[in-house]
Write a protein of this length. Structure first.
Length: 343
């Protein structure tokens, strides 16, 4: 919500009927380890990964905060694995809330789907659970809790699983790949606003944040060369917000989503991505200078009953005058067709 927007009469005094929850309330944040940026974990069939769910310390918008992390990272480790691999993931819970890991979009055995009370019992503090994650499809997936995800996901429990194809031309040529995890968090001048202790506090529309984040950062930046084609893997981990992602004046080619490659690639001006969705786009940066990756939307003023344009900066891309090599503009400007995946 735009902080300058006038609230409807009576709403400013409405408070949740549940108690407030903040992690490790009353404990000095300095007692916890500082979170680290996400690291890439390369895995092959049969490999084992240990994940610890624990409390970490972060600084967001100038506020020192207590948050959660997978292996003390934000986002959690980026797991890269080949198609058809089976991975063993041992999860230990060290936070005060019961948790699980749900492997979003992965077609795996039901017993490892991470839904408490349905496929497993929630992992209590001090306990562990072993997941066997078989990845039969290439593409971008992600993992997160399915226990009070309104709290745990907001506090940093999410990560990506990138499954690679044995086909080297599964995607077209690109100079490099970038992972962009889109999120928001609700804060005021005191820091993050509490969550509901026994139940969510934001019904129906959900808990929208007012601070945008990319890969857990509020000031995300990238650099690119003139003519460089960057493949962006986008994931929306926000609780409620649908993003409309634009790339300034750069040309954008939509090539895949959370169901895999598209039958036909397409030129787009923006990418609308709802919570939990993933998209893959190739973007060519032609003009030197600064380009904004932004959330460009039509916001709603509920008080006046009007729409108005609104832009949130997600990332700043600085494009140099150095020319990207090798030149792959011919392949970029060709829209591929994959007849083998036609419906």
């Amino acid at each position: 919500m735009d902080p300058n927007m006038i609230m409807l009469p009576g709403l400013t005094g409405v408070v949740p009927v549940v108690g407030a929850f903040l992690p490790a309330a009353g404990i000095n944040p300095a007692n916890f380890p500082e979170a680290e940026p996400s690291q890439v974990v390369e895995m092959i069939d049969g490999d084992t990964l240990d994940i610890e769910v624990s409390i970490v310390r972060r600084i967001l918008n100038g506020h020192e905060m207590v948050m959660f992390g997978y292996n003390r990272q934000y986002p959690g480790p980026l797991i890269r694995a080949p198609k058809d691999a089976t991975l063993v993931v041992r999860v230990r819970n060290e936070i005060e809330l019961p948790t699980t890991i749900h492997w979003h979009g992965v077609r795996l055995d039901n017993e490892f789907d991470g839904v408490p009370g349905v496929t497993q019992e929630a992992i209590q503090r001090g306990e562990s659970f072993v997941y066997e994650v078989h990845v039969p499809d290439a593409g971008m997936f992600w993992y997160h809790p399915h226990a009070r995800e309104d709290v745990q996901q907001d506090l940093g429990l999410f990560g990506n699983l990138l499954v690679t194809s044995p086909n080297p031309s599964y995607y077209g040529p690109a100079h490099r790949e970038e992972i962009l995890v889109l999120d928001d968090i609700l804060m005021d001048e005191q820091g993050v606003l509490p969550w509901g202790e026994s139940a969510p506090t934001h019904a129906l529309m959900g808990r929208f944040g007012n601070v945008m984040m990319v890969n857990g950062e509020t000031n995300h930046q990238l650099s690119a060369k003139q003519g460089e084609v960057v493949r962006f893997f986008l994931t929306n981990v926000a609780n409620s917000r649908t993003f409309n992602v634009t790339f300034g004046g750069a040309q954008v080619k939509l090539i895949a989503s959370d169901v895999g490659r598209f039958e036909r690639e397409a030129w787009v001006e923006s990418v609308v991505i709802a919570p939990a969705e993933r998209y893959v786009v190739d973007v060519r940066f032609e003009e030197p200078g600064t380009t904004l990756i932004a959330n460009s939307i039509q916001a709603i003023n509920h008080f006046r009953g009007e729409f108005y344009p609104h832009v949130d900066t997600l990332s700043i891309v600085t494009v140099s005058t150095e020319t990207a090599a090798p030149g792959i503009s011919d392949s970029f400007y060709s829209l591929r067709v994959h007849d083998e995946i036609a419906a």
